[in-house]
Design a binder for this molecule. Structure first.
Ligand SMILES: *Cc1c(COP(=O)(O)O)cnc(C)c1O
Length: 489
């Protein structure tokens, strides 16, 4: 009889990243060279993701512009890759703007989103970058700041579309009359490009309703004598973390059972992950539900473009956009960096707590690998320093290095293939989107982990250099930064 498999959350891993990790050296070589912990980014995976989104748009002969949403990761290597690939970039701060400019983006390829204060608007007025305005005040200030210069290209973000989630961003639909007033009165100063939305949820129906609302607004704009030529559908295209949806579901079932006191405990410190326990049952949607997604971003985009629009005789969004000569703009962030980043940490020690739980203590903290403190539901990979004598799966919690009770990297139990030992490495998969850069604090004065770019070169195997030195054309890569003896397997 074989023992039952412990619950697991296997991660999807890009073949290039897998080849890097399973080759000689791999994570261990990088840590020996650059220290632990470290964030690794794979610009070629970014380029791969971009190709897939482009293929969807090109198959439909859409006019389009992809603006990489910079805020998903600070990496210069990703920004350089976006620039090299000829796409646009979406920046949301003066620092992101400087990063984009520094990586070679001309202002005409930069779109500025997010809430902008007075100083940022002043700085933007002379650049010629498209300003995606958040509110009527911003729109008014843009018109004033334009002065005697060329009209400023402007998109207007809207919200409050029936059937879409509440948002703090954008102009509510029922206030759009004020927008039309400013746009028509200030044609000399504002070059109105079109309407925009951005919806965070992965719900296809919500995005479709927003498209319909923006098409209606576009028609109203024509009636006002304006000439919008863009419809900006924002980002929010989802990632696929799990390699095995059935295993994910089985894990969640086991977790729910454990919350009711059945089977092995699977939650640290009384955590319920957003579930409600009530009368011997578990209700609600867990905070980590996005990790269950199995629909890739390119399919989400294809489905949206192919969706029939009721108000347009059932013609698809792609057709309606083409007939109206509308350029579809997208602002993908996480979809472009999906599987293009990992984080490596080292096991410092393993200990038992009073309740018998096993804590694997690592040399990084929770905020280094979690997005806005969400629970990350994919198993890390254990890279042992030496093969274990007697491998037997062990359920553990991964603990961070801060002396704060809450610094648990996983509040859910993770089954590792065997008990780790000090010096083993732990690899967190798919940390490129928000996980590695959104909330990393510097509590306890630890330095931020270095960020390294990893790429594969035909004939030379995998190479590694500091993120800021990466160049998309491999021959321009930093001399001598290669990981020796490292091939694809
Ligand atoms: C954050 C953001 C994006 C990117 O979102 P993803 O979910 O990472 O694709 C795009 N547009 C705007 C306006 C944003 O704020």
């Amino acid at each position: 009889m074989t023992a039952p498999m412990p619950p697991g959350l296997p991660a999807q891993i890009h073949p290039l990243v897998r080849a890097f990790l399973s080759g000689p050296g791999g994570a261990r070589e990088v840590v020996a060279r650059f220290g632990s912990p470290a964030h690794l980014v794979f610009p070629q995976v970014f380029a791969d993701n971009l190709d897939r989104l482009r293929a969807v748009l090109e198959a439909r002969r859409a006019r389009y512009r992809i603006c990489y949403a910079h805020k998903v990761n600070h990496s210069r290597a990703f920004v350089r890759t976006a620039e090299h690939a000829g796409i646009g970039i979406d920046v949301a701060s003066a620092q992101e703007l400087a990063s984009a400019r520094g990586a070679g983006f001309a202002c005409a390829r930069i779109e500025v989103t997010g809430p902008k204060g007075e100083d940022f608007l002043r700085a933007l007025a002379a650049t010629g970058s498209a300003i995606n305005v958040d509110n009527v005040w911003e729109l008014g200030r843009v018109a004033e700041l334009a002065g005697g210069r060329a009209p400023i290209p402007v998109l207007v973000r809207v919200c409050g579309i029936p059937g879409t989630p509440v948002s703090r961003f954008g102009v509510p639909l029922d206030r759009v009359d004020e927008v039309f007033e400013v746009l028509t009165a200030r044609r000399d100063r504002i070059a109105f490009r079109g309407f925009a939305f951005h919806i965070d949820s992965g719900e296809p129906g919500e995005r479709l309703r927003a498209v319909e609302a923006c098409l209606e607004l576009t028609e109203r704009a024509y009636a006002h004598g304006l000439a919008p030529a863009v419809l900006n559908i924002g980002g929010g295209f989802r990632q696929v973390f799990t390699a095995d949806a059935a295993a994910f579901d089985a894990y969640v079932i086991a977790l729910r059972e454990s919350l009711l006191g059945r089977g092995e405990p699977m939650a640290w410190g009384g955590n319920t992950f957003g579930f409600h326990l009530d009368g011997g049952a578990v209700h609600g949607t867990p905070v980590f539900h996005k990790y269950a997604n199995t629909v890739p971003a390119d399919r989400m985009l294809a489905d949206l473009l192919d969706a029939g629009l009721e108000a347009h005789g059932g013609r698809s969004f792609a057709q309606v956009a083409a007939e109206n000569l509308l350029e579809v703009w997208l602002e993908p962030g996480k979809a472009l960096v999906d599987h293009a980043g990992i984080t490596v940490a080292r096991v410092e020690f393993v200990k038992e707590t009073a309740d018998g739980s096993v804590l694997v203590n690592l040399d990084l903290s929770r905020d280094t690998v979690t997005p806005a403190d969400q629970e990350v539901m994919v198993d890390p990979l254990l890279v042992p320093a030496a093969e274990p004598a007697d491998p037997a799966p062990l359920g553990v919690y991964l603990a961070g290095r801060l002396c704060l009770e809450r610094d648990l990297i996983t509040n859910h139990k993770v089954w590792l293939p065997h008990r780790p030992r000090p010096g083993d490495l732990v690899v967190f998969p798919n940390t490129g989107a928000y996980h590695m850069d959104l909330s990393a604090a510097r509590a306890a004065m630890h330095a931020l982990p270095p960020k390294l770019a990893v790429w594969h070169e035909d004939g030379a195997g995998f190479r590694v250099c500091p993120d800021e030195l990466y160049e998309p054309r491999a021959e321009l890569s930093a001399e001598g930064a290669s990981v020796p003896g490292h091939g694809v397997h």
